[in-house]
Design a protein around this ligand. Structure first.
Ligand code: 5GP
Length: 159
């Protein structure tokens, strides 16, 4: 598979562009999907000055093989849901929409346990490929850069 290696500046500039579009919807909270969404969500906070909370899912095992079912590893505290999610506009941030499994499950989980007014989903990269899930029409989807089915080596992956 072809690889691309965006620089930190590339990422920061994409987040800046996304934030202009996202700001129109006036999000109340940023939810970072750990770990890839952590740095993008923090950059987003520079533009969208709202608190960042973290959730986590595991789709790949320790040998980098895709698992049959996605595992929720971290979730929001009930107090956070009451104060920042119910009736509010929620911005979910991840680094990449690949098969869409993670985003789909994160949204499903959020809808199961809370009543947000709006859900915005934003990613740095969206791979233009056949997805495993479709996002429902109520979801405001704001991808940064659209790319092919390439492997992205992010600056934070560098050892
Ligand atoms: P999904 O298939 O659920 O859309 O993506 C699952 C996760 O796989 C992403 O959140 C990300 O951590 C990882 N992933 C998918 N494609 C890439 C890629 O091209 N580069 C990197 N670094 N991670 C990826």
């Amino acid at each position: 598979m072809a690889k691309i290696s965006p620089s930190y500046n590339d990422i920061h500039n994409i987040v800046k562009e996304i934030s202009i579009k996202v700001a129109k919807f006036k999000p109340d909270i940023i939810i970072a999907i750990s770990g890839g969404g952590l740095i993008p969500a923090r950059i987003m906070r520079t533009y969208i000055e709202k608190p960042v909370f973290t959730v986590g899912f595991q789709l790949y095992d320790k040998n980098d093989k895709m698992m049959e079912t996605i595992k929720k590893t971290q979730w929001l505290d009930i107090q956070v849901i009451k104060q920042f999610v119910n009736g509010k506009t929620v911005l979910i941030v991840d680094e990449v929409d690949d098969t869409r499994t993670t985003l789909y499950h994160c949204i499903e989980e959020l809808k199961k346990c809370s009543t947000p007014k709006n859900i915005i989903v934003s990613v740095i990269h969206n791979k233009l490929k056949l997805k495993r899930h479709v996002l429902t029409e109520d979801i405001i989807y704001i991808p940064g850069k659209e790319i092919g089915d390439e492997w992205i080596v992010y600056p934070w992956d560098c050892k």
